[in-house]
Design a protein around this ligand. Structure first.
Ligand SMILES: Nc1nc2c(ncn2[C@@H]2O[C@H](COP(=O)(O)OP(=O)(O)OP(=O)(O)O)[C@@H](O)[C@H]2O)c(=O)[nH]1
Ligand SMILES: [Mg+2]
Length: 245
């Protein structure tokens, strides 16, 4: 018999000091998918988890996990996948660069049985970009990474590093990504493709971070972290393609 408490979608929200954004983010998620389980995985030291717990008092579908041993975004998503109870999971950044209102669009290809992994893409013709702050390193990095992963995966990827994706329990358990940092995003794309899972690309709306600071750091640290992440992505993508990792 179907467990009556079982929720249809689990939304995993990884956070690193997002006290400026988390409440708005959670309220918008709950308004869009009221029946969802929402897992907040906080790895920082600010009031994000306290704020999320206050919102959870009103919405029992929200669960807050203080990720004490947090080792990066990939690690937080791993914890989310482990804890999620639904068969369909959505990964959504907490900083409101992506629109919680578009969760149904990103999940649709999975619901329609057209794919088991779905990417909300910023760089498609029908994607909408609002208030975009041009950042040479990120734009160049995304182009190189998308091109390279498409080549290795023999399928066109439009936005591998997007913070808005969905997948099925079956696919994510089989993909079993390893990286604890930002490389996990490329692992999902490439391993899904090499394992033959249907992958969907959905154009979405994207804007700048509304508050708080990048998990990549600030100033020169942000640029250095982005460059280092790009280099790691290219290295590990090659390793995955040749089954060396
Ligand atoms: N738990 C956890 N979450 C993280 C970590 N790093 C980033 N996040 C969260 O993952 C999401 C994406 O990280 P961002 O810092 O927004 O990365 P970004 O989008 O490339 O950078 P910006 O454009 O500056 O926002 C956000 O919700 C972050 O709070 C981390 O080390 N641990
Ligand atoms: Mg962000």
């Amino acid at each position: 018999m179907k467990n009556p408490d079982r929720r249809e979608i689990s939304v995993i929200v990884s956070c690193f000091n997002e006290e400026d954004n988390i409440e708005k983010c959670l309220r918008r998620i709950v308004r869009t998918v009221p029946g969802a389980e929402v897992l907040v995985i906080h790895g920082g030291k600010d009031r994000t988890a306290d704020i999320a717990e206050t919102v959870a008092l009103e919405h029992p579908g929200i669960r807050v996990i203080r990720n004490k041993e947090d080792r990066g975004k990939g690690h937080a998503i791993k914890v989310g996948v482990r804890e999620a109870s639904a068969d369909i999971m959505v990964q959504m950044d907490a900083d409101l660069q992506f629109m919680p209102e578009e969760i149904p669009e990103v999940v649709r290809p999975i619901r329609d049985d057209r794919a088991e992994v779905s990417f909300g893409c910023r760089f498609m013709k029908r994607s909408k970009v609002e208030n975009y702050r041009f950042d040479f390193l990120r734009v160049l990095g995304n182009r190189v990474v998308n091109g390279y992963v498409s080549l290795l995966g023999r399928q066109e990827f439009r936005d591998v590093t997007t913070g808005f994706k969905a997948w099925t329990r079956r696919a994510i358990d089989d993909i079993a990504f390893k990286d604890d940092g930002f490389v996990y995003e490329v692992e999902i794309a490439l391993r899904a493709s090499l394992k033959g899972y249907g992958v969907a690309m959905v154009p979405i709306t994207y804007c700048n971070r509304l508050g708080g600071f990048s998990g990549h750091g600030r100033g020169w640290r942000e640029s250095a972290s982005i460059a280092w992440t790009g280099a790691r992505i290219l290295f590990f993508a090659t390793m995955i393609r040749f089954s060396l990792w």
